[in-house]
Ligand binder design. Sequence first.
Ligand code: HEC
Length: 199
Amino acid sequence: MSNPIRSKAAPTSPQQEDLASLAHVPIWLFVLLFLLTFWGMYYFDQNSGWFNVQVYTPYRSVAELKLYQPPAGGGNERGKAVYENICALCHNVDGMGKPNQAPPLVGSEWVLGSPTRMARIPLAGLAGPITIKGVEWNLAMPAMGAALSDDDLSAVLTYMRQSWGNKASAITPEQVKAVRAELSGRSQPFTSDQLQQIP
Ligand code: HEC
């Protein structure tokens, strides 16, 4: 039985029916559609920020922006306080050092390297030539940290290792205590060569 709707409206000649079935969707349209979809997804991926609220409702003031920043030194307020009270005098608040006074701590291999080596510097002092980031310094630092408690010294050393873009492990009070015990009775500051022997 033939379709009643079709038999009324649709063309009946076999020639015309052939024409209708031949009107395929051209393949390039599929390719184009695929490419457009792909480009769309890529564009979304690159530019959207995945609907992150900070992208779509940006900060309205600098004060608001500051409010959402993690505190400098990763919340290590104790380390920050000790640093700014004692060490910043020579190494500067931003850790960049001061010409002819103290070398930079930012990116310094002595700060980012071995914890037991670093802890020796404030506990016993440092004197003579030392190369920091390819630059030679030849000054002297007294044992600026010897009078600090294990807690305070570990906090300030950790602060130095984790501020201004520095990223290194924390130094614990136990590590400071152990180094202090090893150094007991030492009155001479370290030299760069001696420190390099320390693992
Ligand atoms: C009186 C100035 C002064 C103060 C205060 C001071 N330093 Fe230094 N520091 C120096 C100098 C000068 C050197 C380089 C010594 C040399 O040339 O041999 C140095 C070098 C260092 C270094 C190794 C080099 C580098 O830049 O990475 C570390 C680590 C360091 N100091 C830590 C501390 C810490 C921790 C404190 C605070 C407890 C502190 N310093 C306070 C003057 C100072």
